[in-house]
Design a protein around this ligand. Structure first.
Ligand SMILES: [Ca+2]
Ligand SMILES: [Ca+2]
Ligand SMILES: [Ca+2]
Ligand SMILES: [Ca+2]
Ligand SMILES: [Zn+2]
Length: 581
C-alpha cells in the first residue's frame, strides 16, 4: 500500500505542483473571503509577521498530539516598553476543531491591529499600550482534519488521542463514513411505512415527526456510515472523544462526571503547552476564547456553586454589557447558565491566572434569513426550536430557502439513493459540513469584525494607572505627611478581586524609598484624616486599583530631600515619581 502511494504521488507530481503554484497567495492585509485551512492560518500568521517585524513575534509554542505546530503571535511595540510591563490581552480560538471561524476572528484581530496601526488613533493607542497574545488555532489537529476529512459541522472537535468509546478493545475504529464521497458526513434515511417521520408537505427535503394516528414514511438512520468493525453497531467509536475544553486543571472532573474530560488534566499535550505559555505571560489581564455557536458572551463561573466577588462581576459587566450591543442578538451571561462545565479555559484563566476571561460563542443561525423583514425576533425563533426536539420545521424551511436562494444551494445535499451494505436501499442527504455552525462566507467579514472589536473594547478597558501626589505637608520636626492617589481611568481593575483575596500572585505594591517611613496606610477619608495604618513595613503597601476609580495612601516620612514613590503591578502599568520633602 505504501509503495503504491509513492508511485501514485510520483505520477501526479507535476499536477500537484501546478495546483500549489496556482493556489491563492496569502498576503497582508489578510482577506476574509474564504476559510483558511490549518496550513493557511500558519501562512497568514507568517505573512503578518513578515509584514510587521517590528511589532510582532511569531513563535511555535508547542506541538499537538499528532505533532502539528501551535503558533502564537505576540503584538507588542518595543518602543513603548517591554511586553510584560503592559496590560496583556489574550485571544484564542478553535479549541473545538470544527469551530473554525473562531480562528478567523483571531486572525482578523491581529490583521486589524497591525494594518491600522498608525492610521487609526484608537487602534494605535491599544497597540502601543498593550501586549496582545493571539493563538488562532488551539486544536490544530482538529482544524486540520475538519478540512481534510469528511465531517459534519459538529465533528472533528476532539483532541486527537484515541479513546475506546464502546469499550471493545479497539480505539476510534468506527467513525462515520463518507459513503457518497462528497466530503460531507450527512444523514441516512430509509423508506419505512412504520417510521416515525414523514416528508414535510411544504418541503419534502425536511423530515417531520408524524402526528398520532398518521402513517409514517421514513426512519432516520443517523449519520452516514457503515459498521467498520462488524460489531453490529454503526459509527459507535469516532475520533476521541477528549473535549479540549474539559481538560484544563481548574475544577477538573473525571469522565464519569463529565464526558470528554480525559484521563487526567492536560492530557492534551498542546493544551499543556498553551497553559505554560499563558503562565509565562503574567501581564495578561483580559482574555477571550472563541467558539461556535449560538451568539453568547460567557463569563465565569462555569459552575453555579462557585462564589464570585461582586466587584469582579461588575468589571466583567463593563465589557459584557457593551459586547452585546456590538454583536446584536448575542446574550451575555455566566457560563453555568448555559450548562455547568469543569476544567474549561474560562475557569482556568480566571481562577489560576487572574484573567478576566470570556468565552465568545460566535454565530447565530437565525441570521440566515429568507424573509421580507429581518426584525422578526430571532430570540423567539430560537426558544421555540429549543422547546421542540427535532427542530422547528418553519425554521428549517427558512434555512433551506436561505441555502437555495442566498447560498445557491451550497449548504444542503439533496437526498439521493444509496445501496447500503446492511440496510439496502437508503437515501443520503442533509446539511453539509460548511453550514449550520459557520456563517456563509459573505457573512464572515461582519462576524469577524464585530467580534474582534469586542476584544479591542476589552483592550481599551485594561487598567491605565496614573499617580498623583496630592499633598506633601510638614507636620512636625523632621516629619512629613505625604498623600498619594492612584487613579485608574479604565473599566477593569488592576487585579481581579479573586486574585487579591486568594493571594494568587504578588499583589500590586506602592513603595516609598529614600526617607524613613514611620507610618503608612490606606486613606479611608482624607477630609477626616481617617487612615488604616499597616502594622509592619509601612513603606510597602499592598493594593489593587479598582476600575474607573482610585485609591489613596498616606505616608509619614522622616527626613529631607528626595523620596521615590513607585507603584508596581503585575498586570497594570508601573508608575514612578519623585517628591522633594
Ligand atoms: Ca472501540
Ligand atoms: Ca457524504
Ligand atoms: Ca461498529
Ligand atoms: Ca462507520
Ligand atoms: Zn466550542
Amino acid at each position: 500500500m505504501k509503495q503504491f502511494i509513492i508511485i501514485f504521488s510520483v505520477l501526479f507530481f507535476s499536477t500537484i505542483s501546478v495546483q500549489s503554484a496556482t493556489k491563492v497567495k496569502i498576503e497582508v492585509p489578510l482577506r476574509f473571503d474564504r476559510y483558511y485551512t490549518y496550513d493557511e492560518v500558519n501562512e497568514a500568521l507568517k505573512a503578518l509577521n513578515t509584514a510587521y517585524p517590528a511589532l510582532t513575534t511569531l513563535e511555535v509554542i508547542g506541538k499537538s498530539d499528532e505533532g502539528r505546530d501551535i503558533y502564537a503571535l505576540t503584538i507588542n511595540n518595543p518602543k513603548t516598553g517591554n511586553e510584560l510591563s503592559k496590560p496583556g490581552v489574550y485571544v484564542d480560538g478553535n479549541i473545538h476543531g470544527n469551530e473554525i471561524q473562531a480562528g478567523e476572528v483571531c486572525l482578523y484581530y491581529a490583521n486589524m491591529l497591525l494594518t491600522k496601526y498608525g492610521e487609526n488613533d484608537k487602534i494605535t493607542k491599544q497597540v502601543d499600550r498593550n501586549a496582545h497574545y493571539i493563538i488562532p488555532v488551539v486544536n490544530v489537529d482538529g482544524r486540520f482534519h475538519f478540512f481534510e476529512d469528511a465531517h459534519t459541522a459538529s465533528s472533528s472537535r476532539s483532541i486527537r488521542i484515541p479513546r475506546d468509546d464502546d469499550k471493545d478493545g479497539l480505539f476510534d475504529e468506527d467513525a462515520p463514513d463518507d459513503l457518497d464521497g462528497d466530503g460531507n458526513i450527512t444523514q441516512m434515511r430509509i423508506k419505512d411505512p412504520n417510521g416515525e417521520y414523514k416528508a414535510d408537505p411544504k418541503d419534502p427535503r425536511i423530515l417531520v415527526r408524524i402526528e398520532p394516528g398518521e402513517k409514517g414514511e421514513y426512519t432516520l438512520l443517523g449519520s452516514e456510515g457503515i459498521d467498520n468493525d462488524g460489531d453490529g453497531r454503526i459509527n459507535e467509536d469516532a475520533e476521541g472523544y477528549l473535549d479540549p475544553n474539559r481538560n484544563w486543571g481548574n475544577n477538573w472532573m473525571p469522565n464519569y462526571v463529565q464526558n470528554g474530560a480525559g484521563d487526567f488534566p492536560f492530557q492534551g499535550v498542546g493544551l499543556k503547552a498553551i497553559n505554560e505559555f499563558i503562565q509565562k505571560k503574567t501581564n495578561i489581564i483580559v482574555g477571550f476564547s472563541f467558539h461556535n455557536n449560538g451568539g453568547m458572551w460567557l463569563r465565569v463561573p462555569s459552575e453555579k456553586s462557585i462564589r464570585m466577588d461582586p466587584s469582579d462581576v461588575a468589571a466583567y459587566d463593563v465589557i459584557g454589557k457593551n459586547a452585546i450591543k456590538i454583536t446584536p442578538g448575542y446574550v451575555y451571561m455566566p457560563s453555568y447558565d448555559l450548562y455547568p462545565t469543569y476544567g474549561d479555559t474560562d475557569a482556568q484563566y480566571f481562577f489560576n491566572f487572574g484573567i478576566f476571561s470570556f468565552v465568545g460563542e460566535l454565530f447565530q443561525r437565525e441570521t440566515e434569513t429568507f424573509r421580507e423583514k429581518t426584525d422578526k425576533p430571532a430570540q423567539q425563533a430560537t426558544e421555540q426550536s429549543a422547546m421542540r426536539r427535532g427542530g422547528n420545521p418553519e425554521e428549517t424551511r427558512e434555512q433551506l430557502k436561505f441555502s437555495d436562494y442566498v447560498a445557491q444551494g451550497e449548504m444542503f445535499v439533496d437526498w439521493k439513493p444509496f445501496n447500503h451494505p446492511v440496510y439496502g436501499e437508503v437515501e443520503i442527504g442533509g446539511w453539509v459540513k460548511m453550514s449550520s455552525r459557520l456563517p456563509q462566507i459573505f457573512m464572515l467579514p461582519e462576524l469577524v469584525h464585530r467580534n474582534a472589536v469586542v476584544v479591542l473594547l476589552a483592550a481599551e478597558n485594561t487598567p491605565e494607572i496614573s499617580m498623583e501626589v496630592f499633598e506633601v505637608k510638614k507636620i512636625g520636626n523632621n516629619l512629613n505627611q505625604v498623600r498619594v492617589r492612584l487613579k485608574n481611568k479604565n473599566g477593569l481593575p488592576s487585579m481581579t478581586a479573586d486574585a487579591f483575596s486568594t493571594k494568587l500572585y504578588t499583589p500590586d505594591m506602592l513603595k516609598v524609598s529614600g526617607g524613613k517611613v514611620v507610618a503608612g496606610g490606606k486613606i479611608q477619608d482624607f477630609r477626616l484624616n481617617k487612615v488604616s495604618y499597616k502594622e509592619t513595613k509601612p513603606e510597602i503597601q499592598f493594593l489593587s486599583v479598582p476600575g474607573h476609580g482610585s485609591v489613596e495612601y498616606q505616608f509619614l516620612v522622616e527626613g529631607k530631600g528626595d523620596i521615590t514613590i513607585i507603584y508596581e503591578s503585575q498586570k497594570a502599568n508601573d508608575v514612578k515619581t519623585t517628591v522633594k520633602l
